[in-house]
Design a protein around this ligand. Sequence first.
Ligand code: N0T
Length: 537
Amino acid sequence: THAGAATASKNAPIPRLVQSDGRYALMVDGEPYTILGVQAHNSSNYPGALDKVWAAVKDVHANTLEIPVAWEQIEPVEGRFDFSYVDTLVAQARQKGVRLVLLWFGTWKNTGPAYTPEWVKFDNRRFPRMVDKDGKTGYCLTPLSEQTLKADTRAFVALMTHLKKIDEAKRTVIMVQVENEVGTYGTVRDFGPQAEAAFRQPVPQAVLVHKKSPVPGAASGTWSEVYGPYADEYFHAYAIARYIEEVAKAGRAVYDLPMYVNNALRDPVEPLAPWKGNFASGGPGYDVVDIYKAAAPHIDIAAPDIYIGESHKVSAVLTQFQRPDNALFVPEMGNAQHYARYLLQILGRGAIGVSPFGVDYADYSNYPLGAKQKDKTMAEPFGQIYEVFGSLAPLWGRWALEGRTYGMAEGDDRKPQPLEMKNWGVTASFRQWQLGSQPDPINLADIPPGTESPSGSMAMAQIGDDEFVVVGQHIRLHFWPAGANAGKPFMFARVEEGRFDAHGKWVMERNWNGDQTDHGLNFTGRPTILKIRLRTY
Ligand code: N0T
């Protein structure tokens, strides 16, 4: 036998993002993998804090934990690395059967340098901060410093080198977030002398190709010539993206895991306008995803952190970030109960994963962004859905890659929603009892328990011409014939309730008929999976 080949074949295939017709799957162990994630609180990245994280991961039935690795903790003294936390984390994750997404809290964490080591934080000469229009030194480290870039890159490469060493056989770590919510509050860009000189340079060709000019006829030139009133923000986005690219590229040269950046969102429905101080300038917002694609080809995904909970805004965000050149992934979302219904909408849209934030028992509530509760009752609404969806998760990624999936969440307006699929449509309605129909407008004194606030949702996969798998909660579904079936009479052939076993085999529990189908398919607060076959006659 060849010892070399035997050793090489012991490694599980490396995780990677694959694309087909503008749809995506994250491949883990060679199969599409759907991240049913949670993100730990910011300061849970120490061995002593992990028990309270794992307890919540278990309660919520997550298959993946997102958790920080801070520059300050792996390189407290320049050039001396300590990976004891990473080792503990990875070993415990394996014990629990949970995958990891590691968050590199480096030069920028929520735009600030709080997670850089002390030798970086306070050395303004060597690691300069940005300067605003009035020449005042700000809080944020400038993306134009080659020294800062070099130091961050060295630490990140050390991390990736260590991960390769301890994890390339098992691939417990499946993806890495590079920095956290980058950009800058308070100033649109750096106005220091070096930045001013760079700002007067021509826009790089790659950026021109990806990001069209809003100024008629300005196909090339300086940032101001090409991007007019957006020039400052776009220049800053480019500077940050290019910095992140250097970090990611160096890390992937050592150990080629998928990598992404996350975004603290600007308002998704406010008419697009040049930066006026109400979001982090230079972060990977929807308007500059193109610039990140141009400047940071080693970043697979620009991903939205959803803390804006209104249903129409959530839908707008998903549309803005799900693009043929950008997989949908929601690495953070509020953990308040009203966000739970978005899980199925997001997974149904074909996201590679989703992850409410702050699902651990660290005695911290990030209300008003998330839940007031810090205990099991915070995890429960998400756990109910993950537990049931878990049976579908091994199949879902393939269906999503094939474009078979759909998702929906009850709107804040509580109104019915139609959805057209291939030759079949379905209309969802909400706050119905299981039998009969509520009057319109609904009698609020007589609504089913658990529907006081919006909580309905479903994810549906069309697995055959006339066959569907759906998981739903607090929702009523009526199918109708569409496309080639339009106008034809039809009936249910089967409406089986059940689940998929560990081998992907459908296990039926019962067949719904009579009262259980005569008034639509009614899902209560207990998430349920149905396998449905329709037929025309
Ligand atoms: C998030 C989290 C954590 C309505 C906040 C959200 C996490 C970071 N930042 O708990 O700090 O590390 O990525 C910023 C939300 C901005 C406000 C949204 C307006």
